[in-house]
Write a protein that binds this ligand. Structure first.
Ligand code: NAD
Ligand code: 6OH
Length: 495
């Protein structure tokens, strides 16, 4: 068993690595902490270099064995079984994700766990139906040749993921990697190891051959994350996390010229024009700022509002923030849980202090809520709205990754576009307007990977997903994922 749970309790006690179809402990362990009250919920085995190597070698063996020989139809059927396995243990996945992240149970039930199952279903379907281009070529001697490409797996893919949407982001990479016939070694965040371990149990029960899915636990530098990126037999690295970490991983893998796919940080803008549907926009922007306590890479931390509705909009956003129910993630009505860790809370609070030093006006929040119970040991902060900062302020330029935004007025469309694009990041933007032509015009001006119009985080898993600038390298989603997780071998046949 990867995860042992005492009867009658949701508390996880011990989380092990999953290597070559077996759960294995390590010499060293680290604590997994519940961010809602600071209690230790599990001891986690920290994989050493030899164990990471064993996981990679298990992947290589799997590719040479049964997994390397089975056809696309059977692979797709196995992925469907994994999706069913997640659904059949839905409550268990929700409980583990809530305990690890502190996110509200409503969010884990609505977003994280259903998306994990959907990730497997979408790529199971896609791999069966996707085709590749072919060309009939005229040769210099007047004859013909036929060019067509076939997909081959990359080999062993290293997958490193963050703590904010642990299962969703892990399966977003595992599903297409397996659909393309690779073996994977995943290294989930040290803060949220539980669902990757539960997924190992699902893989086992679904009949995924040993060595195809391996999960190693640990940290980044000097630990499992770095051991994985340094491993010479890993054929590609895919990573979601901070831009700086992406840069470190890129440096490590450069020596062996591995393909990389990076989904990194963001400092996303929401632009509300005066002609927007006011109530819909206030609700949509509030969700974009505060979902998952602002710990979604797509969250809006910069809100630009056309001057005629600026004051009214700031007040509407303030009401939304103040009506959010902050509390225990296990309460069905809770909207806002804690931040992931005391360290991350310290980072967010340092930005709250910096905002004041930089001259911001706190419209609401800016501190730590008090509960008078065990939640006071959790890593909560108040949802916070600032106005009055210069566009050059650090709080407007740097990713905070908390329930916080800065709202600024604008007078012209050009000004809004300029401010939204004036960032080193480029992940997502949202535009709120009832003017159709303007919506398309402004959307196409956004220097980002994803632009939403009159919505936010509305996902179709077939679409390209990724960022520009500091927000990432490459696109995943649909056929873009298939293209990253496979090598195309073009075959030219002289006819
Ligand atoms: P992080 O970069 O600190 O950690 C991510 C993962 O990388 C963890 O598993 C960690 O152990 C590992 N790691 C850290 N240093 C490493 C190293 N030197 N070598 C190998 N592995 C290493 O990120 P986080 O704090 O877990 O997540 C929050 C960040 O992730 C935010 O910046 C957020 O914007 C970003 N994010 C981006 C997306 C996206 O799709 N663009 C999605 C989610 C989160
Ligand atoms: C970042 O925190 C959210 C990323 C979302 C996805 O990668 C996705 O596929 O929806």
């Amino acid at each position: 068993m990867a995860v042992t749970m005492p009867r009658g309790s949701l508390q996880v006690k011990s989380i092990q690595n999953y290597i070559d179809g077996r759960f294995v402990s390590s010499k060293r362990e680290f604590a997994d902490v519940n961010p809602a009250d600071g209690t230790v919920i599990a001891q986690v085995a920290e994989a050493d270099r030899d164990q990471v190597d064993a996981a990679v070698q298990a992947g290589r063996r799997a590719l040479r064995g049964e997994w390397g020989r089975i056809g696309v139809r059977e692979r797709a059927a196995l992925l469907q079984r994994v999706a069913e396995g997640i659904e059949s243990r839905f409550d268990c996945f929700v409980a583990a994700e809530v305990a690890d992240t502190g996110k509200p149970i409503s969010l884990a039930s609505k977003l994280d766990v259903p998306r994990a199952a959907a990730n497997f279903r979408v790529f199971a379907d896609l791999i069966k139906t996707s085709g590749l281009e072919s060309f009939q070529t005229e040769t210099p001697d007047g004859k013909r040749a036929l060019n067509y490409a076939v997909r081959k797996p990359l080999g062993v893919v290293g997958i490193i993921t963050p703590w904010n949407l642990p299962l969703l982001l892990l399966t977003w990479k595992v599903a297409p990697a397996l659909a393309c016939g690779n073996a994977v070694v995943v290294k989930p965040s040290e803060d949220t190891p539980a669902t990757a371990a539960l997924l190992a149990e699902v893989m086992q029960q679904a009949g995924i051959p040993n060595g195809v899915y391996n999960a190693v636990h640990g940290f980044g530098p000097g630990s499992a994350g770095e051991f994985l990126t340094q491993h010479p037999d890993v054929n590609a690295m895919t990573f979601t996390g901070e831009s700086q970490t992406g840069a470190a991983i890129m440096k490590t893998v450069a020596a062996s010229v591995k393909p990389v796919s990076f989904e990194l940080g963001g400092k996303n803008a929401a632009i509300a024009f005066a002609d927007c549907d006011f109530d819909e926009t206030a609700s949509g922007v509030a969700e974009a700022v505060f979902m998952n306590t602002g710990q979604v890479c797509l969250c809006a931390e910069r809100v630009y509002v056309e001057r005629p509705i600026f004051e009214q909009f700031v007040q509407a956003l303030k009401r939304k923030a103040e009506s959010l129910k902050i509390g225990s993630p296990l309460e069905k009505m809770t909207d806002l849980g804690p931040l992931i860790s005391s360290q991350h809370r310290e980072k967010v609070l340092s930005y709250y202090r910096l905002a004041t030093e930089e001259g911001a006006v706190a419209v609401t929040g800016g501190g730590v809520p008090q509960f008078g119970n065990s939640l006071d040991h959790g890593f909560y902060v108040q949802p916070t709205i600032y106005t009055g900062l210069q566009e050059s302020a650090r709080c407007v330029k740097e990713e905070i990754f908390g329930p916080v935004c800065h709202v600024a007025p604008f007078d012209t469309e050009e000004e809004a576009v300029h401010m939204a694009n004036d960032t080193k990041y480029g992940l997502a933007a949202s535009i709120w307007t009832s003017n159709l032509k303007r919506a398309h015009r402004v959307a196409q001006e956004m220097n980002v990977g994803i632009t939403w119009v009159n919505c936010w985080f509305l996902r179709d898993l077939r679409t390209p997903f990724g960022g520009v600038g500091l927000s990432g390298i490459g696109r995943e989603g649909g056929v873009h994922s298939l293209n990253f997780y496979s090598e195309l071998n073009n075959i030219c046949v002289r006819l």
